[in-house]
Design a protein around this ligand. Sequence first.
Ligand code: UN1
Length: 522
Amino acid sequence: MLPLTFPLHRQILLKRRIWSSCCRRLAAMSSLLIHQPHYSWLKELGLTEDNDGVYNGTWGGRGEVVTSYCPANNLPIARVRQATLEEYNETVIKAKEAWQVWADVPAPKRGEIVRQIGDALRKKISVLGHLVSLEMGKILVEGVGEVQEYVDICDYAVGLSRIVGGPILPSERPGHALIEQWNPVGLVGIITAFNFPVAVYGWNNALALICGDVCLWKGAPTTSLTSVAVTKIIAQVLEDNNLPGAICSLTCGGADIGNAIAKDESVDLVSFTGSTNVGKQVALKVQERFGRNLLELGGNNAIIVFEDADLNLVTPSVLFAAVGTAGQRCTTARRLFLHESIHDDIVQKLSKAYAQVRIGDPWESDTLCGPLHTKQSVEMFLSAIEQAKCEGGTVVCGGKIIDRSGNFVEPTIMTGLAHDSPIVHKETFAPILYIIKFKTEAEAFAWNNEVKQGLSSSIFTKDLGRIFRWLGPKGSDCGIVNVNIPTSGAEIGGAFGGEKHTGGGRESGSDSWKHYMRRSTW
Ligand code: UN1
C-alpha cells in the first residue's frame, strides 16, 4: 500500500510502473528459454524456437507441437513439431529404401561412418551434455557422461565392425562346410525413455549400424529437443558421406508413434527402454506379429551389506546409487539390506551423508542432486512416501518436496518396512531408499530375488565363498550382479540388461550385437 499522503497522480504513475514491470517479468517467464542470451548455446546444436521432429533424409513434423520444459524451473525451452502417423509411414518407407543402400556397405566401412558419428559427438560433448542437463534435469557431469557413453559405444562398434561373424563348424558330411552367417535384421525401431535421452539411443544405434541395420528412433516426448539435436549431428555425417539420411530416422511422438512401431510388421526389431507396464504392452503387440523385441524395463535393485564388508565403501556407494540422477535410473538402488549388527551405524552414517547432498540447479558444478523430471514424478514421490508410512515405514531423512520452483524433492531414507511390503516391491522413479535389517545370507539373497524385477544387484563383503555363492546359480537372479560396487553405472563393454519383469534384453557390449542380426546356417 502506498501512503495516503502520496499525491494521486504519482500513485497512479507508480502503480502503472509496478504493473508494467510485473507484465515484463511475466512475459519473460512465458517466453522460451532459447530466446534468452544465457541459453544462446542451444543454437550451436541447430535448435531454434520451433524444431522439426521428423527426419528421414529431409526434416518435417506435421503433428502436435510439444513444448519442452526445464525440470529445474518448469520454464519452456523450445518447441518440437512431432510426427503424424502419415509421416511415420512415409519414414518407414524411406528407411527401408535406405537399408537397400546401407546393407551393401561393407561392415568395416559402416564402422568408419560410426567412427565419424562418434567424432562429431565428441566435438559437441559439452553443449549436448548441457542440453541433457537442461531438458532432462540430471546434473551436468551425468549429462556429459551419457554423451561420453555414446562416443565410447561408437569406438566399441568400430572395432566390432571388423569382428562380428559366425563359426565354421565341423560337418558330418564329407567335403561340406557348416557355416553360421550373421545378416542384419533390417529396420530397428528404437524407443527410449526420458532418463537417458542420449546414451540408450547410442547403445542401440552404434551397434545396429555396424550390423547393417537402419534405425528409426522415437525418444521420450519430454526430451524431444535432445532427440532432434542428436539426430542433426548424425544426419550431417550421413549427408557428408552421400548416404541416405533415413539410415538414422527420427519420428518424435507419443504413444501413437510407439504403438505404430510395435504393431508394424516392417519393423524387424523393436528395442524398447521404459517402464515394465508400457514394455509389456509393446512386447505383446510385437509378439502378436512374431516380431523381435529387445526390452530394458524396470528394476528394483538391492544392495546387501554384510558385517564383514569394508564399511568405508558403503556410504559413498549407496549415496551414488540411491541419490544419483535423483533416483531416476533403472539401476538406482531402492532397497538396502543391512546386517543387523551394522544396521544402526550405517543408517546414521547415511543420514549424515544425505544431509550434505547439495540439491539445486543441475548445471551448477556443486550440485549433486537435481530435480525430478516432471511434476507427475513429484506426485509419485509423495504418494510412495504416504503409502510407505501406511505400511509401517518411518522417514529417517527427507520425505518432502522442496519449496522452490522446479520439481525438487528431498532424497529420502525410510526404515521399519517389511522386506515384502507392497511399496518395497514397487519401482518408484524417485530418490527413496528403503533400508531393511537382515540376519542371514540366505535371507538376504532370497529377499534380493523375491521382487518381480531382475536388473541390478550388489553385495558388499570380503568373504570369497559368499562372493562365489552370490555369482552362482543360487545367488542373485539379476542381469547385473555386482560385488563391492553400487548397482548403477553401466559399463559399455558388458552386456546390459536384466531378467524377469526387466524384460530379458541385453544392450551395449559383449555379444549384444546378436540381437541386431539374424543367423543363417549354411
Ligand atoms: C546406468 O546405470 O549407468 O534407464 C545405465 C536406465 C538404463 C541405463 C542405466 N537403461 O537407467
